[in-house]
Design a protein around this ligand. Structure first.
Ligand code: NAD
Ligand code: TYD
Length: 357
């Protein structure tokens, strides 16, 4: 039987991870049509996709995932038969200041997509797939005891961001269990790499070193995160979208834990070296500030299920990934300048006033 053409809706494709996923799918699958649906919030930037925007198998749609009527129309008009859902509010510090926006986009927006898929697909689920991208932060926080989050770890979110993502994950599973929608959920650790908005730790610190600004280390810098290069996440998403089991969950991580302060020292060393400055030049920028409220101590992902069942492993060593990332930010200062002016500037300054008052 001839397979129907794959028309895939990727939400949040103008953001950090989404742009890598869109690029991978558009280039790797010329026989698919990729619809990138994004509201273009402060975090969405079509410059991230300049290299593929003219490809015949790519269409950008500016829309809000919370607009149910519009989303349903898009499903019907383009005969969408696969969804990779990345659109979200994604920054923990923002969620502490503005939890309502996080509930609205992450919970109600996900619900609106689920309902549109259910109504449009109307029980004809053969070949259909609704893939929801989530975070390891839904599992809560680990101690320094060598344990890992597995797919069986109970949800225990602490920040408004992780609570909203946990809620959206539950809705996705509920749509499978109640209506039979063919869903998959993955929970990934912290991503880093090109095109990440400079409010997250790694790009913020690279940028601040370049500008000689203080590096605000929350608390004692002892919190631990597990870091994964963004293109390795995109490869995992490709594999799971095609070969993952319906109704299943996969954890994605790099087995790459770093204490914040140690990671920060690697960033400083790499930036100084690539700028040709003597080691230690930017160390004085480290500034300890008041800890983040409810700051999770440690995240660590066990991604053995994905390795054993589908054969995925991270391809990049951390040292290589950081070097590539720092080089990219050094070579793309115009990208940074464009997004740190205008609307973002006021947020940036507000945060700075708050941290250093
Ligand atoms: P991002 O903030 O860089 O991008 C989010 C994108 O979603 C932006 O393009 C934005 O314009 C769009 N968007 C926001 N609200 C929208 C709405 N209402 N309608 C349509 N589009 C909207 O985020 P990211 O870091 O690329 O994360 C993408 C996804 O991956 C999120 O679901 C996040 O929870 C998840 N995730 C991120 C990480 C990480 O380390 N960044 C780790 C694990 C999981
Ligand atoms: P972040 O990149 O915001 O990701 P997440 O909070 O989703 O893990 O932060 C990574 C770690 O770095 C986290 O422990 C908080 C810390 N951090 C700082 O110490 N200073 C900063 O300015 C930022 C943005 C984060």
């Amino acid at each position: 039987m001839v397979q129907p053409k794959r028309n895939i809706l990727i939400t949040g494709g103008a953001g950090f991870i989404g742009s890598h996923v869109v690029r991978l799918f558009v280039n790797k699958y010329p026989e698919y049509h990729i619809y990138n649906l994004d509201k273009l919030t402060y975090a969405g930037n079509l410059e991230n996709l300049k290299d593929i925007e003219d490809k015949p198998n790519y269409t950008f749609i500016k829309e809000d995932i919370c607009n149910y009527e519009a989303i349903l129309e898009i499903f019907q008009k383009y005969n969408i038969n696969g969804v990779i859902h990345l659109a979200a509010e994604s920054h923990v510090d923002r969620s502490i200041k503005d939890p309502f926006t996080f509930a609205q986009t992450n919970v109600m927006g996900t619900l609106s997509l689920l309902q549109a898929a259910k109504v449009c697909w109307d029980g004809k689920y053969e070949g259909k797939r609704f893939y929801h991208i989530s975070t390891d932060e839904v599992y809560g926080s680990l101690e320094f005891d060598g344990t890992f989050f597995t797919e069986e770890t109970k949800y225990d979110p602490h920040s408004p961001y992780s609570a909203s993502k946990a809620s959206s994950d539950h809705f996705v599973r509920a749509y499978h269990d109640t209506y039979g929608l063919p869903t998959i959920v993955t929970n990934c650790s912290n991503n880093y790499g090109p095109y990440q908005f400079p409010e997250k730790l790694i790009p913020l610190f690279i940028n601040n070193i370049l500008e000689g600004k203080p590096l605000p280390v929350y608390g004692k810098g002892e919190n631990v995160r597990d870091w994964l290069y963004v293109e390795d996440h995109a490869r995992a998403i490709d594999l799971i979208f095609h070969e993952g089991k319906i109704a299943d969950t996969y954890n994605i991580g790099g087995f790459n834990e770093w204490k914040n302060i140690d990671l920060i020292k690697v960033i400083i060393k790499t930036v100084d070296r690539l700028l040709g400055k003597p080691e230690g030049t930017s160390d004085h920028l480290i500034t300890y500030v008041t800890d983040r409220a409810g700051h999770d101590l440690r995240y660590a992902i066990d991604s053995n299920k994905l390795k054993n069942e589908l054969g995925w492993e991270p391809s990049l060593q951390f040292e290589e990934g950081i070097e590539k990332t720092v080089r990219w930010y050094l070579d793309n200062q115009k990208w940074i300048k464009n997004i740190t002016s205008g609307g973002y500037e006021s947020y940036y300054n507000t945060i700075y006033k708050y941290l250093f008052k």
